[in-house]
Each structure stands twice: as structure tokens, then as C-alpha cells.
Design a protein around this ligand. Structure first.
Ligand code: 3PG
Length: 224
């Protein structure tokens, strides 16, 4: 089965972090080294119903891969992950990234994303980090590393003092435990690398990756 989607829904439109989180129950965390693979991978994920794609800035070709997806796969919405500095934010915006995800939060990364018009999902693992992001007006956050930093019970504890914050838990999330996170009212989606296994990428096994994306269709968040 191939999921059909409205091709133009998000083209050229500026997104909010919440729209990025709401599009599908899972945002795939992707490591890429080759632009041709990048395009084929993006098409495979889109065919499986996943179009918000986080390409991490962890390889020398990451920006080129973001650029290739932005140019050649208009059905996808490509964002940059592992954004750790203002320079990263500027570079990924120039490459065509439509959103940014960071493993932590600093005011300068927040400012650079605002300046570049990029919605940011900043990583937080403590109450102080949530408060720092909130000081800058950010209320849609990535909980990272989710399993290692306390898992669903941590999010449950935060729902009291930070009842106005929505999370995308990432780090140690799998198809098996994703439902536990998505059942929480303060979780909008999860992030994970399991949709793009390194072996499948290396083997160019696009059918397998499309199937992994299709498998997430059964995951459901709790309606807000
Ligand atoms: C990461 O930034 O590597 C993500 O948190 C992915 O973590 P995972 O490999 O545990 O899904």
C-alpha cells in the first residue's frame, strides 16, 4: 500500500513547531552521507506516510542531503537535526531545511532559528531547560534522551508544573514503546531512528523502509 498525500499542503508555507509535531506520530531521525540515497530514502518514507524528515547534521554531506531532498522531493518536509549552534541554524536554513531540532537549548540557537524563520524543537531533559526555552517563548519541545532521562514517568511528572508544554520524546523510543509515550496528554509525537536502519539504508532496501513507515500508522496520540 502507498499512502497518498496532498503534495502541496506545506510547500513554501512557514510551519510552526506544533505543525511539525502534528503531521505524523513519528519523526524519523536520519543519518545520511549520500545525496542520491537521501532522495530515494525521502521518497520511501513519503510512500509510507511519513513526510516530516529530520536529517541530522552529523556527517559532512548532511547539508547537501537536506538540499537534495528540499529540491527533489517536494512531498517531503525536510528539517535539520543535531543543530547545536547559530551557524548550524543558518547553514541548514540556507540548505532548505524547513524546521530545526536540537539536542539541547541555548538562547543563541533559539535566536538564530527565529532570525532564519525556522521553527525549532529544542531538546530538554530538566525542568531548568524547559524554563529556559519557555523564557524564549518555546512551548513545543523535544524530550531528549527520552528513555535515558526518565521515560514516560518523567513526562507524567512534568505535566503538573509544565502543563502548557508539549513534547516529542526522542532517544530510545521504538515501535514497541512508542504507544506508552503517545498515550500521555503532553506528548504530540515521538522521534526515533528505527524507521531508517543503517543496514536497510546501505542495502538501498526502500521497500523495507516504506514498510517500517507504514507500520507506524497504527500509532495514535491521545487527542488534545
Ligand atoms: C538521536 O538524536 O540520535 C535520536 O535521539 C535518536 O535516538 P534513537 O536512535 O534512540 O532513536
Amino acid at each position: 500500500m502507498v499512502v497518498k498525500m496532498d503534495r502541496n499542503l506545506y510547500t513554501a508555507e512557514k510551519l510552526t513547531a506544533l505543525q511539525v509535531m502534528l503531521d505524523a506520530p513519528v519523526i524519523p531521525v536520519i543519518v545520511l552521507t549520500d545525496t542520491r540515497q537521501a532522495v530515494l530514502l525521502a521518497r520511501a518514507l513519503v510512500a509510507g506516510g511519513i513526510r516530516m524528515l529530520e536529517v541530522t547534521l552529523r556527517t559532512p554531506r548532511a547539508l547537501a542531503c537536506i538540499e537534495a531532498i528540499a529540491r527533489d522531493v517536494p512531498e517531503a518536509v525536510v528539517g535539520a537535526g543535531t543543530v547545536r549552534s547559530a551557524a548550524d541554524a543558518q547553514a541548514c536554513a540556507m540548505a532548505g531545511a524547513r524546521f530545526a531540532v536540537s539536542p539541547g537549548y541555548t538562547h543563541s540557537v533559539g535566536q538564530a532559528c527565529r532570525d532564519a524563520g525556522l521553527p525549532l524543537l529544542p531538546g530538554v531533559a530538566t525542568g531548568s531547560e524547559i524554563m529556559m526555552a519557555q523564557e524564549d517563548g518555546l512551548t513545543d519541545l523535544k524530550f531528549f534522551p527520552a528513555m535515558q532521562a526518565g521515560g514516560p514517568s518523567m513526562l507524567n511528572a512534568w505535566s503538573g508544573p509544565f502543563g502548557d508544554v508539549r513534547f516529542c520524546p526522542t532517544g530510545g523510543v521504538t515501535l514497541q514503546n512508542a504507544s506508552e509515550f503517545l498515550a500521555l496528554p503532553n506528548v504530540v509525537c515521538v522521534g526515533g531512528s528505527w524507521l531508517v536502519p543503517a543496514a536497510a539504508l546501505q542495502a538501498c532496501d526502500w521497500a523495507h523502509i516504506t514498510q517500517l513507515a507504514l507500520d507506524t500508522a497504527g500509532l495514535r496520540r491521545v487527542p488534545a
